[in-house]
Write a protein that binds this ligand. Structure first.
Ligand code: KG4
Ligand code: ZN
Length: 353
């Protein structure tokens, strides 16, 4: 492999590709620093109220070449020199978990490039990447020390993870049903909001009273989460009120959004606090698409101050699905020479390996 011939194990230019769901993304990481992070959003799913897997795969096929070209040219501009394909030292890609058709597009593209360029291929776990987004260096931004805890909240996962090194992660607790992002999106659907409802609820909640309505919180042991009961509780609550006033949602939208958001935040932070107490860890991070939520960010930071934690939240662009997080994870795997064989296949479901 070219890498071994060069014998410069720490210097690297890595192209990373993310295609696990409905975002086609590419990023360039040089020596552990991110130089570009390009995302092509797929708006086609909005009209269906959720991600349609077949449409996502087709959109990835259309987007992947221009997205990778965009990442190369943006990084070139930042570095002040064109990045040629021959400058790449490795290709990292999201191997799991995700929609299989979507993963296949990114995986095949990454494999083909690695094979053509004769450079190593790095298979990345999407959830590990969300956690390691906290390690992306940036101006005036601290990164956590090991060990750290991470509350990863996305559209597909809700996990509390203990991270003892970039490649050693342990799931301490996770959801037994819906993820926190699904709780936002499904609640939003009940309110008649378009998909994905998370960011819209966030906006309405800014003008609402979070204490106005109360919804049932689950009673799940240890560090587990559950959100399916909340959805049912909101459904019955809304049905009851609409019987009395058909305009109930429209008249109370801001308060409904603020109250739903507050319930989700309370459920998440209660368990995070418990995990910090059990482990004694003081470096605590947020990750995943839901960590873009302004209410969660504020509540997390104020809990951190109260508990004397050192808190970390990745910049907004590294919270929702992106390739910079795949690139930083790829970089740490590159340092360990943790390369994947060309026979590697994507997997819809997989634990950390
Ligand atoms: O991590 P992510 O981009 O994709 C997955 O891997 O799932 O997370 C997407 C989820 C969606 O459920 C979306 O509604 C939610 O993150 N989300 C938000 C916000 N921004 C994105 N939820 C609440 N508030 C937000 N500001
Ligand atoms: Zn994600």
């Amino acid at each position: 492999m070219r890498l071994l011939e060069k014998n410069q194990s720490d210097l690297s230019t890595i192209l990373a590709i993310e295609s696990s769901c409905d975002e086609t993304a590419a990023a360039i990481c040089r020596d552990g620093f991110i130089f570009s992070n390009v995302i092509a959003n797929q708006t086609i799913h909005q009209q269906w109220g959720g991600v349609v897997p077949e449409l996502a795969s087709r959109a990835h096929l259309q987007n992947i070449v221009p997205t990778v070209q965009g990442a190369l040219s943006e990084a070139g501009k930042k570095l002040g020199q064109t990045i040629q394909l021959s400058d790449l030292d490795a290709i990292a890609f999201t191997q799991s978990p995700g929609l299989i058709g979507s993963l296949l597009v990114g995986a095949q593209f990454a494999k083909s490039m690695a094979l053509a360029l004769n450079i190593p291929l790095i298979a990345v776990h999407h959830m590990q990447a969300h956690v390691l987004a906290n390690l992306i260096p940036g101006e005036n931004r601290q990164i956590p020390s090991f060990p750290f805890l991470c509350l990863t909240v996305s559209g597909g996962h809700t996990q509390i993870i203990l991270c003892t090194s970039p490649n050693e992660l342990k799931v301490l607790g996770e959801t037994i049903d819906d993820a926190a992002g699904e709780a936002f999106d499904k609640s939003g659907k009940l309110l008649g909001l378009p998909y994905p409802a998370g960011p819209i609820i966030d906006q309405y909640a800014k003008n609402g009273n979070p204490q106005r309505f109360k919804f049932a919180e689950p009673n799940i042991p240890e560090l587990g989460f559950s959100f399916s009961g909340l959805k049912t509780s909101i459904l019955y609550f809304i049905q009851d009120h609409i019987k009395e006033d058909p305009q109930f949602i429209q008249k109370n939208l801001a308060d409904l959004c603020a109250s739903i958001q507050q319930t989700i935040i309370d459920i998440l932070l209660k368990k995070l606090k418990r995990a910090a107490t059990i482990t004694g860890v003081k470096d605590i991070c947020l990750a995943g698409g839901v960590s873009a939520n302004s209410g969660l960010r504020a509540a997390f930071q104020s809990l951190g101050e109260q508990q004397h934690w050192r808190t970390y939240i990745p910049p907004f662009e590294y919270c929702t699905d992106n390739a910079a997080m795949i690139a930083i994870t790829g970089y740490y795997k590159f340092l360990e020479k943790d390369f994947a064989p060309m026979t590697v296949s994507p997997s819809a479901k997989a634990e950390f390996t």
